[in-house]
Write a new protein. Structure first.
Length: 632
């Protein structure tokens, strides 16, 4: 039985198997008989029940009394919202409408940035789409629902065994009236490197087709030159282009003169002139203090003329204060997370901002009872992800020292832990700052933030100081990502790279100083589609799959390999997905609209001589047995 062989193959047991694995062991991917989807899902449940899920091994367990989270009922049919306006009148009308509002507009980030910043992005689609109808019906006055892009694309395929496009389609179908929003890393798409121009274009087109209404586009070095291609692609789709400034440093600090008011206003004008409908002010680390927010928002509003959409993180504990200051200064829209997913490295608290502004000029008009009911649902959801909580207990002013983005903070902490550096975290934080200064004080956000993190971890683990790294008498090797950064592969920071350290890192190689995309050949999309189809035994490859493959070739192929064995596991409840089932437990999984599997786990057999365990189920009332290897 080929499936069993594959499940037993040592390289398959973790996430290390790659395309090469498929190439070198084609027999394992050569399925003789196709199994039906129900059998595949039962195989998955059996495997996780017997062996556990590799991602939750050794992590905190969710409370044993948790039930399937119940979303609040949708009250009536969804009334017109921002999406209705976009569909009827286009993106410019949305921008004009924003400028005409007195109320503060609110984006909900609970499906994207909040779980990225609190739970290492591990939130599953089913937990989102079950509550989406309640958003549409009960909170039609939201500006947008941020639910896609950033790290979610990669993590969906890589760790959650689900298709990110399907997630978007499912959310879109349940949210007809409010705009969806995604985070796009400009030429870096939803990845960490520079992609060929035509890959970025194809990706944007597909994202718009599948369901994105607002594209928040940024560049990790704030280099507008490197954003134009993605911005033009968005403009062609007729969706809303939010060109974004990444905020760093402290605009009121004369010592950080590189990023002063003039700098941000000039960038805002560049984005406006490049066609942005909305100006994003992306404070990915949560560094914009209240007094600075007042000054910066006022200047951007007066001098750029676009509606301003402010995004921040509550890492310092002052995110809410900055939002209120920005609101006073006339900001048009802000990002918040539903209460249960707010605070710390996530966004400020949605319900509290709504309450703070009630009966003021900026009253949001949102229904606090609807917010509370939806947040109660998210509270139950969050409890299922105990394994991914980071243990961050309190806000901290240390963020003004290290300036790490909220989405990176918890990841870097986990990386530090895995290198045995957990108890040297504050040293990592200080070193992160040193690296930033050594590299010329850059905006730190995916992917530039990852490079700074790589360098900081290398220095701490090898006991190197900034002086060591800069010492010309000391020879040393640098992380690949650092070499790539200094050779111009992620673009140019304002003023260019500091020459001394750049020379040391490049060891005589010449950097590029123009747009990295100019140096990459376009991909032949149809040739790639044909090759991919061949690799997957003639499976027809649609544009979504093609875009997934183009962003993350290995991750996509591994996902497809597992998909053939496990089927649509995205439909399983989160508890089942991560922990399997208990004997006697019953769950349902809707694998197609209207086609629901009722699954009962009867019992687990003994492990047999060949190492396999028989797992006994009832599927829609009929007995079914599957066999999986015991690897424990
Ligand atoms: C996922 O991608 O998270 C879903 C599949 C998980 C990997 C499977 S679980 C059973 C088997 N055991 C492992 O350690 N990996 C695979
Ligand atoms: C991402 O790029 O994923 C971010 O969240 C940046 O802030
Ligand atoms: Zn963010």
């Amino acid at each position: 039985d080929f499936v069993i062989n594959l499940l037993k193959h040592p390289a398959f047991l973790d996430y290390s198997y790659t395309t090469r694995f498929i190439d070198s062991t084609p027999e394992l991917f050569n399925f003789r008989k196709r199994r039906d989807r129900a059998t595949k899902i039962l195989t998955y449940i059996a495997d996780i029940t017997v062996n556990g899920h590799p991602e939750t091994a050794g992590r905190a367990l969710p409370r044993s009394d948790l039930k399937l989270p119940q979303p609040p009922a949708a009250q009536g049919t969804p009334t017109d919202g921002t999406r209705t306006l976009l569909e009827r009148e286009g993106p410019k009308a949305v921008a004009d409408w924003m400028l005409a509002q007195d109320r503060l507009l609110i984006t909900d980030t609970t499906m994207r940035d909040a779980p990225q910043s609190l739970l290492a992005t591990r939130m599953r689609s089913i937990d989102m789409i079950r509550v989406t109808p309640a958003y549409a019906a009960n909170l039609p006055g939201l500006f947008s629902v941020e639910c896609w892009g950033g790290a979610t694309f990669d993590v969906a395929y890589r760790f959650l065994q689900e298709c990110p496009w399907q997630r978007l389609r499912d959310i879109r179908a349940r949210l007809p009236n409010v705009m969806t929003q995604m985070l796009l890393r400009g030429a870096n798409g939803v990845g960490y490197t520079n992609y060929p121009d035509n890959v970025v274009q194809a990706f944007v087109r597909q994202a718009a087709d599948t369901g994105v209404d607002v594209f928040r586009v940024f560049d990790s070095l704030n280099w507008v030159e490197n954003m134009r291609l993605a911005m033009d692609a968005v403009l062609e789709t007729g969706k809303v282009l939010e060109g974004s400034i990444c905020y760093t440093g402290d605009v009121l600090d004369p010592e950080r003169a590189k990023y002063d008011l003039k700098y941000y206003v000039a960038m805002g004008k560049e984005l406006r002139d490049a066609g942005a409908h909305v100006l994003g002010l992306k404070d990915m680390a949560g560094l914009l203090k209240p007094a600075a927010a007042r000054v910066l928002v006022k200047a951007l509003k007066e001098e750029v003329g676009l509606p301003v959409h402010f995004h921040t993180h509550d890492t310092s504990g002052l995110g809410g204060a900055s939002i209120l200051a920005a609101a006073e200064a006339g900001v048009d829209a802000v990002d918040c997370a539903m209460d249960a997913f707010s605070g710390n490295t996530s966004q400020p608290t949605l319900g509290s901002i709504v309450e703070a502004l009630r009966r003021t000029e900026r009253d949001t008009g949102l229904d606090i009872n609807a917010i509370r009911a939806i947040s109660d649902y998210w509270e139950e959801v969050r409890a299922h992800y105990a394994a991914f909580e980071t243990g961050q207990q309190a806000p901290s002013s240390e963020v003004y020292l290290h300036e790490m983005p909220g989405g990176q903070f918890t990841n870097l902490k986990a990386q530090a832990r895995s290198l045995g550096l957990e108890d040297r975290w504050h040293e990592v934080a200080r070193t992160y700052r040193d690296v930033n200064m050594m590299f010329g004080d850059i905006t730190k956000v995916t992917p530039s933030s990852k490079v700074i993190g790589d360098m900081a971890l290398m220095m701490v683990s090898q006991g190197l100081t900034r002086a060591d790294v800069e010492n010309p008498d000391k020879d040393m090797s640098f992380p690949d990502s650092v070499i790539e950064l200094m050779s111009g592969q992620l673009g140019q920071p304002p003023g260019g790279w500091p020459e001394g350290i750049q020379k040391r890192i490049l060891k005589g190689r010449a950097p590029i100083t123009d747009r990295p995309g100019k140096h990459v050949e376009p991909v032949d999309l149809e040739e790639t589609r044909a090759a991919l189809s061949k690799e997957l035994e003639g499976l027809s490859i649609d544009d979504e799959d093609l875009c997934g493959y183009l962003m993350y070739p290995k991750v996509f192929l591994n996902y497809m390999g597992r998909h053939r064995i496990y089927g649509p596991v995205r439909t399983l409840p989160t508890r089942t997905f991560f922990y399997g089932m208990e004997p006697g437990e019953e769950i349902s999984a809707e694998i197609d609209p209207g086609k629901t599997l009722e699954i009962r786990l009867i019992t687990l057999g003994e492990t047999q001589d060949d190492g396999d365990v028989r797992v006994f189920f009832e599927l829609n009332g009929q007995p079914r047995t599957v066999r999986v290897p015991n690897r424990t």
